[in-house]
Write a protein that binds this ligand. Structure first.
Ligand SMILES: Cc1cc2nc3c(=O)[nH]c(=O)nc-3n(C[C@H](O)[C@H](O)[C@H](O)COP(=O)(O)OP(=O)(O)OC[C@H]3O[C@@H](n4cnc5c(N)ncnc54)[C@H](O)[C@@H]3O)c2cc1C
Length: 449
């Protein structure tokens, strides 16, 4: 087929990257079908009083090479600034900045465990390939490199917060790769006077449109029709049908498997997603002490974490505004916590705030985002499904359910789309220069914070 038509299901960053890879390699008939009002998916934004905010905290990781490459491609990299942030760990009503010598020394953990904790972190920082830990649990990793005391004090509460699972059931490879990214200790990136995810999503939207990709928004795929061993049409909620020779699915696997329960691709049907609630609000009150990220591992609060977005990017809101983000991971979207009304939800977060900071938070606007399928649960033994469907020979997969054990980020989503595009081109004897461009990419000059 000289110029096959390609349909990309889902317009999050992985879908956009897949479409861009194909269009850049000369495919002229590429369509993205996205149910939202714009491209970007989880990296999308909302608007309040003429400014844009992320649905929930987003920072740029300095090791996220594909993200840095795309930011450069859209001309936004020179605007990125880096800042060391303060991350608090709340324990027994006390706040501990484990990244500072004072906070670390004050933390009520035996000195021997503190030394083991440092050893664990240093080993993880220096290890980039975690494939040898795929079948082992977070307990195996932490107990071997840190110790049970470190696990009980720090990591058991964190894996409960994230997946509602004990370390025993969580992948050691996933935890190790997460530590490798040094999210809490390296400087994090942002773009002053902007929400950087909006800059990114606008930039990649322009990129695909310029490359000739058709973008079909507010279009929900409700059926996928097949003929023999090939998908042939995506049916939309309004009854329209979009036919294609080749397909890329970037929608969450639970949705895809609902549309095609007969797809027998290994490791696909067993993926389960956690849900997430993220409430962003603005206040003119001064929030002290200053921090960007606070973990609430006591498990007795409505929130799992609180972020002060204006601490990373002081210009994200209007001058003088503090921008607070409450986040709760919920194991499944049918849990009562996920289904409660906004008023009840906010009441829980305001109680949390009073308990932690000692005064009433009075926001002047609030945005509630409910994400029913946020993150795959990276259980022990998790395996990425292959890039090609085992059932439909013209279907490819992309998304952060395929980037295990890496931290799931904007950059890994982009990388996954790129990989699907590359596989599709390779199967037709074509190629793309993008993977080589990304792996060659180096930040020429790191701007200061
Ligand atoms: C609160 C929060 C904080 C985060 N923090 C960071 C951070 O600090 N740094 C970082 O780099 N990353 C962060 N991320 C992660 C990052 O945003 C995501 O991993 C990435 O955007 C996922 O992209 P994706 O394309 O894989 O998936 P998605 O964005 O989920 O894309 C899937 C798309 O498919 C669409 N879709 C689903 N079903 C259908 C259907 N039936 N028909 C049509 N379309 C459909 C969806 O609307 C969506 O646009 C964060 C995410 C969240 C939610």
């Amino acid at each position: 087929m000289a110029n096959p038509s390609v349909v990309v299901l889902g317009g999050g960053l992985s879908g956009v990257a897949a479409a861009y890879t194909l269009a850049r390699a000369g495919r002229t008939d590429v369509t993205i079908i996205e149910r939202g009002a714009g491209l970007g998916g989880l990296a999308g934004s909302f608007e309040k009083e003429g400014r844009f905010y992320p649905l929930g905290y987003h920072h740029i990781l300095h090791r996220d090479r594909t993200l840095l490459f795309f930011l450069d491609l859209i001309g936004a990299l020179p605007d990125v600034r880096w800042r060391k942030i303060r991350m608090f760990f709340r324990h027994n009503r006390g706040l501990f900045d484990l990244g500072s010598p004072g906070g670390f020394l004050r933390f009520p953990m035996p000195l021997s465990d503190k030394l083991r904790f440092v050893r664990l972190m240093l080993r993880a920082f220096n290890k980039s390939d975690w494939s040898d830990w795929h079948d082992r649990s977070a307990v195996d990793l932490i107990d071997a490199w840190g110790g049970p005391g470190v696990r009980r004090m720090i990591f058991e509460p964190l894996t409960r917060l994230k997946f509602d699972l004990p370390c025993e059931d969580v992948s050691g490879a996933w935890l190790g790769a997460r530590l490798h990214f040094r999210e809490g200790s390296a400087a994090l990136g942002y773009i002053p006077r902007a929400n950087w995810t909006k800059v990114l999503c606008d930039g990649v939207t322009r990129l695909v449109e310029k490359a000739g990709v058709r973008v079909c928004l507010r279009a929900s795929v409700t059926k996928l029709h097949a003929r023999d061993d090939r998908l042939c049409e995506a049916e939309l909620a309004d009854g329209r049908r979009v036919g294609g020779d080749l397909f890329v699915s970037t929608i969450p696997t639970e949705i895809y498997c609902g549309l095609r329960p007969d797809d027998a691709t290994p490791d696909l049907a067993g993926i389960r997603y956690t849900a997430l609630i993220s409430v962003v609000c603005a206040t003119r009150q001064r929030v002290e002490p200053d921090f960007y990220w606070m973990n609430l591992p006591s498990l007795d609060r409505a929130a799992c974490g609180v972020f002060l977005l204006s601490s990373l990017n002081p210009t994200i809101g209007a001058p003088g505004d503090a921008c607070v983000n409450f986040v709760t991971h919920v194991q499944r979207r049918d849990r009562p916590f996920f289904l409660q009304g906004d008023d009840e939800l906010m009441a829980g977060y305001l109680t949390d705030f009073r308990e932690i900071f000692g005064f009433e938070l009075t926001p002047f606007w609030t945005n509630v985002a409910r994400v029913p399928m946020y993150s795959p649960i990276f259980f022990r033994g998790y395996r990425n499904p292959p890039v090609r469907s085992a059932t439909f020979r013209n279907l490819y997969f992309a998304g952060n359910y395929r980037t295990f054990p890496s931290i799931a980020s904007t950059g890994t989503a982009l990388a996954s789309g790129l990989e699907a595009g590359e596989a599709m081109l390779a199967d037709a004897g074509g190629r793309t220069d993008l993977p080589a461009c990304v792996s060659r990419f180096r930040v020429r000059r790191w701007p200061k914070g």
